[in-house]
Design a protein around this ligand. Sequence first.
Ligand code: UD1
Length: 431
Amino acid sequence: MDRLVLQGGHRLEGQIPISGAKNAALPLMCAALLTRETLTLSRLPHLADIRTLSELLQQHGTRLTCEKAGTPLNGGETLSLTAQDITSTTAPYDIVRRMRASILVLGPLLAREGEATVSLPGGCAIGNRPIDLHLKGFQELGAEIDLQEGYVRARAPGGRLKGGTVHFPMVSVGATENILMAATLAEGTTIIENAAREPEIADLAHCLNKMGARISGIGTEMIIVEGVERLHGAEHAVMPDRIEAASYAVAAAMTRGEIELVGHNLRIVMTGSLDVLKDAGIGFRETGNGVVCRLAHGRIHGINVVTQPYPGFPTDMQAQIMAMMTLCEGASVITETIFENRFMHVPELSRMGADITIHGSTATVRGVKKLLGAPVMATDLRASMSLVLAGLAAEGETTINRIYHLDRGYEGLELKLGACGAQIRRETEPA
Ligand code: UD1
């Protein structure tokens, strides 16, 4: 198992190219199952989750061809996905347990083949994360659902889903994406109410429309999908990763450095994080290439922040902003409303000298003068990034164990930070 070793206290300066968004890439890849023709996706990040999903899609009969290998620093990979014939409609436990987003094959398989069997994803480090909203949505489109031996079996009577109104009682990114994909091939019109509005969903919807889908209300809480008989091939570039961009903005501020995030429309893409990051003291300046970030007045301001569905502050940035707040002037209050059990970074940050108390879903962070390097344990993807950020700013050496979490979501992390002057290296843990 690999670990990261960081020597903190170095000012970061330079450019970081922002990769394609993992959370956009995963549903986009699943959309390939909706058509016999080829879907070509560019700007795919090199990440463990992308490899896991590739394995699953191949297992359903999708042929994957790498059109351009790419590197983390030059715009990612271009992959052609052709699901000419679906050879299996079952997503096995062995793959689904490794990545929850595997549940996103259910909608496309069910819509195209009239049936699908997908292992229940099971528990997850950041909370219970059920899939009831996905299943309720499929039922509204006429599917019959059975749960058997840890698997969900969904069937469309007559072989085709029927358009209907799906009202989500709470906002879910994954459920919105799954129903959206399924509805493209349903008979008649589907209305999705209380849809999630995350930009990754809009990216998916735009790609589906390129494939011949008829989706309107994109980016709003009411999405309307007129079902069509079939979809065709298309080409699509994955949108930039707003969480990666915001994470590196925090890295610039915490090390009192200056980083140019390189990519298109980054300020727009970061809506949701941007106001909070500005309140925290980060200044943003647009350039021809992207946006330059630095601590605007030399101080980190304490903030009050609550995680919310988009366009609110993303739960996927909560751990990173907390790392930043450990060094704020005064105190900060951070409330997590999306996932229970998403404060697992707190004990680790405390080991580095942070002053944090938790009451239920609220953390109070009192700023300290400095953090001190320490051996710490990564617990989930975003928690791991908060430890990297803390380690970059801390005095001395920080060793982060279990970094396979980071490999799921941050493309070329050491490469990108190293290019800006971070002292960071990967070591293979002795057995
Ligand atoms: C997606 C993102 C993840 C992000 C999250 C919230 C991907 C691959 N992952 O996850 O990085 O943290 O959105 O922005 O895009 N819920 C239910 N029943 C369901 C589905 C969800 O109760 O059927 C609950 C969840 O437990 C959670 C909340 O709804 O409390 C939001 O979850 P959801 O938006 O579905 O997250 P994911 O799509 O899993």
